[in-house]
Design a protein around this ligand. Structure first.
Ligand code: AHG
Ligand code: MN
Ligand code: MN
Length: 333
């Protein structure tokens, strides 16, 4: 029997009290937006969607046309349904309040509309990452402060990867579920339930070109992996680096592995490259829900109290035993 995302959400709402009708609508709308983005991504050069938009986002990164298109699709899909109070995105400096003409809801939606921007033009997997929080009850007018909740407060999180298949991956805090887009039917169908990652792995993902900028614990860990069966780890490791966090995390959820984007000396004032609230938090929750672990090298990412919307963080996530080992190296034991 095939189960569509809609049916899955209805059943979650009926059987588990934690999925409200509003949150269900929100997730349906996000999935619909991802479907639209997937269609645009698939058009590629035929849709005139490749290349640079020649503008910069708040992070000082040059935006690709698809970064802006995906952001607009998510905003337009989500602003009118009455399920949201506000949104925040990698591509927008400030939070986006639901316009006055529409009803307001209780939820806050954060997203990286297009993750892996450097891969768009070369036809390599990219994706959308999202995180859902509840608006604090005492907040009358939504402000950025309302968004500054630790990842442990998320009520839903997921991503959609636009690869050879379009797959939506979701957690509501009770396991990880994967839905594959059936293009003929136009709907997401449940294809994996209660995904679990092996605790051990022989595969790591890191951008090796930054090696000379790393801190000693990261260097030690990778050196030991590279020594393979002749070193202290006693086994040979394989390396993968897609340069789209969604695709790297998707591989890890599928067959295990460890992913790192650690702090490095290139920009010593930034804690890392990846963004805490709409990249690291949703991915960390998915990984933990699948039996893996996620830290910034020292502490659990989901426990970090964000100070700003676009704050960055070091990320070490994936198979539990590897993340624990790397964290031990950072803590000096
Ligand atoms: P984004 O395209 O949303 O800016 O994110 C890109 C991120 C992440 O997806 C990926 O893991 C990393 O940047 C790749 O960085 P490098 O190009 O430094 O390897
Ligand atoms: Mn990203
Ligand atoms: Mn992005």
């Amino acid at each position: 029997m095939t189960v569509s995302l809609s049916r899955f959400l209805v059943e979650q709402q009926r059987e588990k009290g934690h999925l409200t009708p509003e949150l269900r609508l929100l997730l349906e709308v996000v999935a619909r937006a991802c479907k639209s983005i997937s269609h645009v991504v698939n058009k590629g050069a035929l849709g005139e969607v490749l290349g640079s938009a020649e503008t910069e986002n708040v992070q000082g990164e040059v935006q690709k046309k698809l970064d802006i298109i995906a952001n607009d699709v998510l905003i337009e899909a989500n602003e009118w349904g009455g399920h949201l109070a506000a949104m925040a995105s990698e591509e927008m400096e400030s939070i986006y309040l639901v316009p006055h003409r529409y009803p307001k809801g209780e939820y806050l939606l954060l997203f990286d509309p297009l993750d892996g921007s450097s891969n768009i033009d070369v036809n390599v997997s990219i994706g959308t990452i999202f995180s859902v929080l509840k608006k604090p009850e005492d907040s009358l007018v939504v402000s950025e402060t309302d968004f500054l909740q630790p990842g442990s407060a998320q009520v839903a999180a997921g991503y959609c990867v636009y690869g050879p298949q379009t797959t939506l991956v979701l957690t509501l805090g009770e396991g990880v579920f994967m839905f594959t887009l059936d293009r003929e039917q136009g709907s997401f169908l449940l294809t994996r339930e209660h995904v679990q990652i092996p605790k051990d792995t022989k595969e790591f993902a890191i951008n090796m070109s930054n090696m000379r900028h790393w801190e000693a614990p990261v260097k030690r860990y990778i050196d030991e992996c590279l020594l393979g069966s002749e070193g202290p780890r006693g086994k040979d490791f394989n390396m993968r680096w897609i340069a789209s966090m969604v695709a790297d995390v998707h591989r890890i959820l599928t067959r295990g592995g460890v992913f790192m984007y650690p702090w490095d000396k290139r920009e010593p004032n930034k804690p890392g490259k990846l963004r805490l609230m709409y990249e690291a938090n949703p991915m960390s929750w998915l990984i933990e829900q699948a039996g893996g672990a996620s830290t910034n090298g020292r502490e659990r990412i989901l426990d970090i109290q964000p100070k700003t919307l676009h704050e960055r963080v070091s990320v070490v996530l994936g198979s539990k035993h590897e993340v624990e080992l790397l964290t031990q190296y950072h803590l000096g034991s």
